[in-house]
Design a protein around this ligand. Structure first.
Ligand code: GDP
Length: 348
């Protein structure tokens, strides 16, 4: 996989029928395009579009269907691509008839699984902005059921894609390993879904959560997120539940910080980013909440929510942050070293 400054980037493949919304998703999440501008996106006819974003923690590749990818075309090395892929996101247009999309999904999942059984398969039931809440849940259930029936019929029940798991005692609970997401580029759901997908690809997630837990409890902070600044995907948070509004506020804060630093910031030659590893910002809300943003690495920033009273002890927070930052660097350094030694072993 790709690696920048010692951080190994998880690779994600975005697939789906033509016009399902892949380019829009990519443009909105990774290139800050406003959702309404996607109406004028041109469809491309290239077989494979690659876009490895240099300013982000994740890397990307997009494939279009139908027709353009022929699994039987010997010149197209899909095996190699599946082998290097961490997650495969299949986008389904929920405002359209999805019979063909489901059969493409089935074909894609079975092919990819044969090459790389470790791929994490994710389904974005997309463009749900036009649907009522009941309708959304109904579509999600239907797509979930059909997908897994097809897989079971093909003798591949081991790649069961999870939705909501029926608890043995009757209550329904959402599992960590959910694979179906209701998304739209017109709200934050697309960023949320991406965050979940990326989190599954980070083997150190439990360590990161633990470090965040320790950090917030020692600093009087209510909630902390670790964000990929380039995409507003959060790659980890402490173990208290995520409230959508808090998440949206974080996204807004990052937008403000990026906009201000693009306009007034020092031009930074490194990777062309307007912010650097020492950037930070503080916003006081009128309800006595403070939002505090600090860069952790070139790609990652911490965004914290805390009360005004706790912010009075900023010195303590900054000291704890310093310790947190050191720990994070160690976590990623170890990972790179392990990967490097694995590579060496493989070469022998
Ligand atoms: P692609 O061929 O899969 O790359 O699809 P595009 O990204 O070109 O999108 C096709 C159309 O779907 C465009 O007109 C987009 O504006 C529209 N679209 C994409 N995402 C959404 C969404 O979440 N909601 C709605 N209503 N339309 C969307």
């Amino acid at each position: 996989s790709d690696s920048v400054n010692g951080v190994v980037k998880p690779r994600i493949l975005l697939m789906g029928l033509r016009r399902s919304g892949k380019s829009s998703i990519q443009k909105v999440v990774f290139h800050k395009m406003s959702p309404s501008e996607t109406l004028f996106l041109e469809s491309t006819n290239k077989i494979c579009r690659e876009d490895v974003s240099s300013s982000s923690f994740v890397s990307f590749q997009i494939w279009d269907f139908p027709g353009q990818i022929d699994f039987f075309d010997p010149t197209f090395d899909y095996e190699m691509i599946f082998r290097g892929t961490g997650a495969l996101i299949f986008v389904i247009d929920s405002q359209d008839d999805y019979v063909e999309a489901l059969s493409r999904l089935h074909l894609t999942v079975t092919r990819a699984y044969k090459v790389n059984p470790d791929i994490s398969f994710e389904v974005f039931i997309h463009k749900v902005d036009g649907l009522s809440d009941d309708h959304k849940i109904e579509k999600q259930r239907d797509i979930h059921k059909r997908t897994n029936t097809d897989l079971t019929d093909a003798g591949l029940e081991q790649i069961h894609l999870r939705c909501r798991q029926q608890h043995p005692f009757g209550s329904t609970q959402i599992t960590e390993e959910e694979s179906f997401y209701l998304t739209s580029i017109y709200d934050h759901s697309i960023f949320e879904a991406f965050s979940k997908v990326v989190q599954k690809l980070i083997p150190q997630l439990p360590t990161l959560e633990n470090l965040l837990n320790i950090f917030i409890s020692n600093s009087g902070i209510e909630k902390a997120f670790l964000f990929d600044v380039g995409s507003k995907i959060y790659i980890a948070t402490d173990s208290s539940p995520v409230d959508m509004q808090t998440y949206e506020l974080c996204c807004d804060m990052i937008d403000v910080v990026i906009d201000i630093s693009c306009i007034y910031g020092m031009p930074n030659t490194e990777a062309g980013l307007p912010h650097d590893k020492d950037s930070m910002a503080i916003i006081h809300l009128n309800n006595t909440t403070v939002i505090y943003l600090k860069e952790v690495t070139k790609f990652l920033a911490m965004v914290c929510f805390l009360r005004k009273e706790s912010f009075a002890r900023k010195g303590l927070i900054d000291y704890n942050f310093h310790c947190f930052k050191k720990a994070i660097q160690e976590v990623f350094d170890v990972r790179v070293k392990v990967q490097q030694s694995r590579k060496l072993l493989n070469q022998r």
